[in-house]
Ligand binder design. Structure first.
Ligand code: HEM
Length: 420
């Protein structure tokens, strides 16, 4: 973080509470457990056409003429096939809504642009950078958060740790001044809530561009040890032609880091904590033997991935697991459903940190596989170890009412009330 101790990000002076704003916008359509429905669907086939009328609860007289055909994948094989066949299944599907708010980012690009852009931005995500972030940003942010409640004997781990810490880490990686963090967090929440209020998200997107533009201009003159400076200097030479990122490409990537890097990690670390707190014997095993940490993190991601579905659109007629899929079809890629496919995981609904390793799909697969997965794993490891080191006898508050994970596409518990 640039200069001085880390500022606490909320609540801001004007009473704005980022978690309240985020939680309110997420409210509509909360679904407690989509997994039984996905299991039933998977029995009918790994990939199927979606009955839009039924899925959207539309009356028979609503005209669906012109609506694109939509298919959904439920098995690990079908999901893996779609993710790896990026010549048939295009990420351009994201350009209309997400692209309008983020700008043209790596997420919505197909090859060859995607490879070139990804090679440039990943220069900011080196192993050396990761080691520095762990020491200088992630560990101090996590410990400062825990300092605030460690003596109290109780806390809500969502509000007090898992929600605020990943966005603070991103601000640190970008080298933003501490004083800007509350404002940055507010724009981040407004941007992430794009499906709740597009106009607010577009306004936040413009404010973030203006804000980043000032910082980028400074870094071009006086580079520092941060992601914005690396992106400003990143270059790639191919066949004698040197490519650099344009300002707009840098802004789009920085905006993408907010939903991609902050929201997912908040949700995944909360879901893992929920799994451990509701299975105290596994929490005790992890506390006693930290070599179980990588397996626990992967199991949390498999069992309750923070993002259960992503999208693609077919560029030409193709086939998935023997099922023909026509050009122009929207394909909903069921990461959550695939992660509980009994063909790949024994007793898939059980949370079990001792299960034999088998690759899950929480970070996707193929060319768009999550760029931040090592960072996400490192952040979760630091947060979990800090909680286990500092809070003896950590347990769910028995007086708390019905703590559970909720959501359809994005899932997390709304609170994690604990005693220690
Ligand atoms: C547990 C936490 C995370 C999960 C479950 C997750 C999941 C995913 C998934 C499923 C995709 C593929 C999206 C698609 O192809 O449609 C993705 C892409 C991406 N993620 Fe993550 N992510 C996490 C954390 C992070 C973090 C911490 C960062 C960076 C700070 C990050 C940055 C990205 C970027 C830049 C992409 C786009 C990659 C591309 O299109 O080539 N993610 N992530």
């Amino acid at each position: 973080m640039a200069g001085g101790p880390l500022a606490a990000p909320e609540p801001v002076d004007d009473g704005y509470d980022p978690f309240e704003a985020f939680d309110r916008a997420q409210g509509a359509g909360r679904i407690r457990d989509p997994y039984p429905g996905w299991a039933v669907a998977r029995e009918r086939g790994g990939i199927q056409e979606v009955d839009l009328r039924q899925a959207m609860g539309l009356d028979d007289d609503v005209d669906l003429e012109g609506a694109p055909k939509t298919y959904a994948t439920y098995s690990a094989d079908a999901v893996t096939h779609v993710l790896r066949d990026n010549e048939s299944f295009s990420s351009s599907v994201y350009s209309a809504v997400i692209g309008a708010v983020m700008g043209r980012s790596i997420l919505e690009m197909d090859e060859p642009d995607h490879h070139a852009y990804r090679s440039l931005v990943q220069q900011a995500f080196t192993r050396k950078a990761m080691e520095r972030w762990e020491r200088d940003i992630v560990a101090p942010v996590v410990h400062e958060r825990i300092d605030a409640f460690a003596a109290r004997g109780s806390a809500d781990l969502v509000r007090e740790l898992t929600f605020p810490f990943p966005v603070t880490v991103i601000a640190g990686m970008l080298g933003l001044p501490d004083a800007d963090l509350p404002q940055f967090h507010r724009w981040a929440v407004e941007l992430i809530n794009v499906t709740a209020d597009m106009n607010v998200a577009l306004a936040a997107s413009a404010k973030l561009r203006d804000y980043f533009a000032g910082i980028l201009a400074e870094r071009r003159v006086r580079p520092r040890d941060d992601v914005i400076s690396v992106l400003a200097a990143a270059e790639l030479t191919h066949d004698g032609v040197t490519q650099r990122l344009t300002d707009d490409e840098i802004f789009a990537f920085l905006r993408l880091l907010l939903p991609a890097g902050a929201e997912t990690t908040y949700r995944s670390s909360s879901n893992l904590l929920f799994g451990l707190l509701t299975h105290p014997e596994q929490l005790a095993a992890l506390r006693a033997d930290r070599s179980l940490m990588p397996a626990a993190i992967e199991e949390g991601l498999r069992w309750e991935p923070p993002l259960t579905g992503i999208m693609r659109i077919t560029l030409h007629d193709t086939e998935v697991c023997g099922v023909p899929v026509a050009a122009g079809t929207l394909v909903n890629i069921g990461i959550g459903a695939a992660n509980r496919d009994p063909a790949r995981f024994v007793n898939p609904d059980a949370f079990d940190i001792h299960r034999p390793p088998s690759p899950h799909l929480a970070f996707a697969s193929g060319p768009h596989m999550c760029l931040g997965m090592h960072l996400a794993r490192m952040e979760t490891t630091v947060a979990l170890n800090a909680l286990l080191d500092r809070l003896p006898d950590l347990r769910l508050d028995p007086s708390a009412d019905d703590v559970h994970i909720t959501g359809l596409v994005f899932r997390a518990p709304r609170s994690l009330p604990v005693l220690f």
